[in-house]
Ligand binder design. Structure first.
Ligand code: GDD
Ligand code: MG
Length: 362
């Protein structure tokens, strides 16, 4: 079966991390986010994946073409300008064939049982089935009201407080029959949530919601949610075949000085050095080729590849992207540093978002 993954968004709420890295490629446990999603799909018999591309798409194409040599085929379909969620699907029509296919929002990680969802879709004779998941506040999502048999009664994208009648939302995972494509105008920006789904309701099409109240589900569209997914994968709250068991994991060639202390759930990449007396407290991830100087402290943080955290400096509750350099005695707390940021000796960054390549001065 085929799956189409929508990866055309700009990831604006994840800036500055998404300025040089597309949302789908943000490192999660030192692998691109999308690699975890793809592994999950292969467990449900999906053998062909079509990415609808946009922002910084070349990075995805090279990663997937180099990392997977057999068993799964990838196609990458360009959008010269954003076509919206339905327009992006329509744009892939020639790749989709004449069988039902999955569509996934490219920023969602979920342990949805896609095999059971497909069975439900077939049993109902549905034109379209949406996976539904509960959230505390549906206002940032697509609210979905269903009848007792699962038929969708109402779909409200980003409901106002007075429109919130249920906690069930669109989980960003659909099964669509190929006839759905006839409802979408070609070469036009069309939203599946605001336009196509509304047409199904108006036409009384067999349009169903498949409720899943128990599986792990997250949309990593903001920095907080990205950090949360990493912590949940580390602790085992999000079970996933691509995550190691909870505990401390060191990559090949990494050297930890005997007096360093590593506690909690921590993943450290390859060829790193953790200096004498350094303290690493999970949930934390350190990328490949990172240097942590003597007495440095890293706690509840994510460091991407190639970072240097010099002696006596600290990183707390932060994300530090590729090749950042923290000088001796500097402190970073509650902050997001994009790639290549330089922090001078003794500086303190609290609750900041720093753009790529910034050289902080004292
Ligand atoms: N190809 C393509 N073209 N993809 C797009 C475009 C586009 O023009 N616009 C957005 N996307 C992709 C994004 O990259 C993302 O993977 C997905 O479509 C959804 O877009 P978001 O911008 O993340 O939407 P959202 O999170 O506010 O809301 C959506 O997801 C919620 C679940 O997380 C909606 O589908 C809601 O109904 C849903 O509840
Ligand atoms: Mg989203």
């Amino acid at each position: 079966m085929k799956a189409l993954i929508l990866v055309g968004g700009l990831g604006t709420r994840l800036r500055p991390l998404t300025i040089n890295t597309p949302k789908a490629m943000l490192p999660v446990l030192n692998r691109p986010f999308m690699a975890h999603v793809v592994e999950n799909l292969t467990q449900h018999g999906i053998t062909e994946i079509i990415f609808t591309r946009g922002h910084l798409a070349g990075q995805m194409e090279s990663y997937f073409n180099e990392s997977y040599s057999s068993g799964i085929e990838f196609a990458f379909v360009d959008e010269a300008q954003p076509l919206g969620t339905a327009g992006g699907i329509k744009n892939c029509q020639s790749y989709l064939g004449n069988e039902a296919f999955f569509v996934l929002n490219g920023d969602v990680y979920a342990n949805i049982d896609l095999t059971s969802m497909l069975r439900f879709h077939k049993e109902k004779g549905a034109l379209a089935t949406i996976a539904l998941t509960p959230v505390a506040n549906p206002s940032a999502f697509g609210l979905v009201e269903t009848e007792t048999d699962g038929r969708i009664r109402r779909f409200v994208e980003k409901p106002l407080p007075e429109e919130v009648t249920t906690d069930m939302i669109n989980a960003g995972c659909y099964i669509l029959e190929p006839e759905v494509l006839e409802f979408i105008k070609p070469a036009t920006n069309v939203s599946i949530e605001k336009e196509t789904f509304q047409l199904f309701l108006k036409d009384k099409q067999p349009f169903f919601g498949w409720s899943d109240r128990t599986s792990y589900w997250i949309d990593i569209g903001s920095c907080d949610k990205y950090i949360q997914l990493v912590a949940d994968m580390l602790s085992g709250r999000c079970t996933c075949s691509t995550a190691p068991p909870p505990g401390v994991h060191l990559g090949e060639g990494t050297v930890v000085e005997p007096s360093a202390r590593i506690e909690g759930h921590v993943v450290i990449g390859r060829h790193c050095r953790i200096g004498a007396g350094a303290e690493i407290t999970g949930p934390a991830v350190i990328g490949d080729n990172c240097l942590t100087g003597d007495g440095a402290v890293i706690s509840a943080s994510i460091l991407w590849d190639g970072c240097q955290v010099a002696g006596g400096s600290s990183v707390l509750d932060s994300v530090v992207a590729e090749k950042c350099c923290l000088s001796p005695g500097s402190r970073v707390s509650g902050s997001i540093l994009a790639d290549g940021v330089y922090v001078p000796s003794g500086a303190f960054l609290g609750n900041c978002r720093i753009w790529p390549g910034t050289i902080i001065t004292n």
